[in-house]
Ligand binder design. Structure first.
Ligand SMILES: [Zn+2]
Length: 120
C-alpha cells in the first residue's frame, strides 16, 4: 500500500512519493527540504563542473604560457648566439685587419702573398 501523507496546507491526503500536494501545490516540510537539498546538490555539481573546467582552462593557459616562454627563450638564445657570432666574427676580421696592416707595413700585400702561392 502506498504511503499517504496529509497536506499541511489544505488537509488533502496524497501519495508520499509526490513532492507537492496535487491539489494546492504545497510541499511538505520534508519534501521541501529534499527539493532544496536537490537544488543545493545541483548547485554544488555546477560549481564542481565549473571548477574543473576552470582548472582545465588554467592548465591550457599554463601550457600556452609555457610554450610562449620556451619560444621566447629560444629567440633569446638565438639572439645571444648571433651576438656572440657577430662579436667573434668582428674579432676575427679585426685580427685579419691587423695582420694585413702588419703585412702592408712590411711592404707585402695579401695579393702578393696569394701571387707567391700561385708562383710556387
Ligand atoms: Zn494541499
Amino acid at each position: 500500500m502506498t504511503k499517504m501523507i496529509k497536506c499541511v496546507s489544505c488537509g488533502a491526503d496524497y501519495e508520499a512519493k509526490l513532492v507537492r500536494c496535487p491539489y494546492c501545490g504545497t510541499a511538505p516540510l520534508a519534501a521541501e527540504e529534499d527539493e532544496y537539498m536537490d537544488k543545493l546538490e545541483d548547485v554544488r555539481r555546477d560549481l564542481e563542473e565549473y571548477g574543473s573546467e576552470g582548472s582545465r582552462e588554467l592548465k591550457r593557459g599554463l601550457g600556452k604560457t609555457a610554450l610562449i616562454t620556451i619560444v621566447a627563450l629560444l629567440v633569446i638564445a638565438i639572439l645571444i648566439a648571433c651576438s656572440i657570432w657577430i662579436t667573434g666574427a668582428g674579432r676575427r676580421s679585426d685580427g685579419q685587419r691587423k695582420k694585413e696592416e702588419f703585412l702592408t707595413n712590411q711592404g707585402i700585400t695579401t695579393g702578393m702573398l696569394e701571387e707567391s702561392v700561385y708562383a710556387v
